[in-house]
Design a protein around this ligand. Structure first.
Ligand code: ADP
Length: 321
C-alpha cells in the first residue's frame, strides 16, 4: 500500500478542523490551581515560589492597576543572568530587583521585549496555536474580562504540551494513522545543532540557548553520544540561592542537582513514526524529543513547536507561521 500525500493531508486536516471547533477553555481540566505572582514581588522570592509549587512559569499581576502584567518564564531568569554577566558589579542590587524590574532588565541588556500575547478562553483553540507559532511563545495566558467589574481576569495558561496532549487524547482516530517515519517527514532540526559537554559551564550553555534562541542544549560525550539535556527551566534552581558566581561551574554539577520529580529525557529514532510520537505525548510529559541512532549518537531534535507547526501547517498553501 502506498501512503499518498492526500491521505496524510486529510488526517492532518481532521486535526485542524478539531482545533477550530474547540476552544482554549476545553483544554483546561475540570479543576486546577493557578499561581499568580504580584509584580511587586522580589525576583529572588519568585524563584522559591516557583520551586515550592513545582512550576516553571506564572502570570504576573499588577495590583495597582488591577491588570495582567505578562507571563514570568525561564527566559526572564536568563535575562537576569545576562544582566549579571554584563554588569557583575551590580550583584548587590540584583537581589533587590522586583518582577516589575524585568522590563528594565530587558532594556539594559538590549533584548527585544517579548510580545505579551494572550487569548480569550472561548476563542477557537486553533487561534491560540497560530498565535503561539507566530510569536514563538511556548505558553499562552488565557485572559477574560470579569462581567461585574469589566476588569481583566487571568483564567489559566496553556502550554504547547497541553495542546498537543489534548490533540493526542481526542484524535486517536487520526493520529494512529500518521504512520510516516520521521526520516521521511523531515520533522525537527538535524543540522547545525547546538550542543555542549559535561565540562561546559552553565553560563556557556545559557549563552548558547540565547544565541540560537532555543530552550534546550543536548549534552554529549566525546563520541557525540547523548548524556543529558540542559533545559532553559534548569536555570531556575541554579540561581535560587542568589549564587550567580556558581554559574561558571560545570553544567554536569547543575544537572546532578535536578529534583527527583524530573520528568526525564525522551529520545526517539529517525525510524519512529509520528503515531508513536503522539503515543508518547499522550502518556508522558515530554518537552522535546532527542533523535538518536542505535548507538545513542545525537542525530537531531524535535521540539514541541516543530510538531505543532507540522500539525497546523503542513501541506497548507500558505504555510508561513
Ligand atoms: P520550543 O519552542 O518548543 O521550546 P525550541 O525553542 O527549543 O523549542 O526550538 C526551536 C527550534 O530550534 C525548533 O525548530 C528546534 O528543532 C530547534 N532546536 C531546538 N534545540 C536545538 C539545538 N540544541 N540546536 C539546534 N536547533 C535546535
Amino acid at each position: 500500500v502506498t501512503y499518498t500525500r492526500p491521505r496524510l493531508f486529510n488526517r492532518l486536516r481532521g486535526i485542524r478542523e478539531f482545533l477550530k471547533v474547540r476552544t482554549s477553555y476545553d483544554v483546561l481540566p475540570l479543576s486546577f490551581r493557578l499561581v499568580v505572582l504580584d509584580n511587586d514581588l522580589l525576583i529572588k522570592k519568585s524563584l522559591n515560589i516557583l520551586i515550592q509549587n513545582g512550576i516553571v512559569s506564572a502570570p504576573l499581576w499588577d495590583t495597582r492597576n488591577s491588570s495582567f502584567a505578562g507571563l514570568l518564564t525561564s527566559t526572564d531568569y536568563i535575562n537576569v543572568i545576562q544582566y549579571y554577566c554584563q554588569y557583575p558589579d551590580e550583584i548587590g542590587n540584583i537581589d533587590q530587583f522586583r518582577l516589575s524590574s524585568l522590563r528594565d532588565i530587558e532594556k539594559a541588556i538590549g533584548v527585544e521585549p517579548l510580545e505579551t500575547v494572550s487569548v480569550h478562553p472561548m476563542r477557537p483553540l486553533y487561534e491560540a496555536c497560530r498565535r503561539m507559532l507566530k510569536t514563538r511563545a511556548r505558553r499562552i495566558p488565557l485572559i477574560d474580562n470579569d462581567d461585574e467589574t469589566g476588569r481583566e481576569m487571568v483564567v489559566s495558561v496553556i502550554t504547547q504540551y497541553r495542546i498537543l496532549k489534548f490533540i493526542a487524547v481526542n484524535n486517536e482516530k487520526y493520529t494512529m494513522l500518521l504512520k510516516k517515519p520521521l526520516r521521511e517527514l523531515g520533522l525537527g532540526t538535524y543540522t547545525d545543532l547546538a550542543t555542549a559537554t559535561m565540562n561546559s559551564s552553565v553560563l556557556d550553555v545559557i549563552h548558547l540557548m540565547v544565541k540560537y534562541n532555543i530552550s534546550a542544549i543536548p549534552i554529549l560525550d566525546q563520541d557525540n553520544k547523548l548524556l543529558n539535556v540542559f533545559e532553559a527551566v534548569d536555570v531556575i534552581p541554579c540561581i535560587k540561592g542568589g549564587a550567580y558566581d556558581e554559574l561558571s561551574s560545570p553544567v554536569g554539577d547543575a544537572l546532578s542537582r535536578r529534583s527527583d520529580d524530573f520528568a526525564g529525557i525522551y529520545t526517539c529514532s529517525e525510524d519512529d513514526r509520528l503515531d508513536a510520537i503522539f503515543d508518547t505525548i499522550r502518556k508522558s510529559r515530554v518537552h522535546r524529543l532527542i533523535v538518536v541512532d542505535d548507538d545513542n549518537h545525537l542525530r537531531g531534535i524535535i521540539s514541541l513547536s516543530d510538531i505543532l507547526k507540522y500539525v497546523l501547517l503542513y501541506g497548507e498553501e500558505d504555510d508561513t507561521v
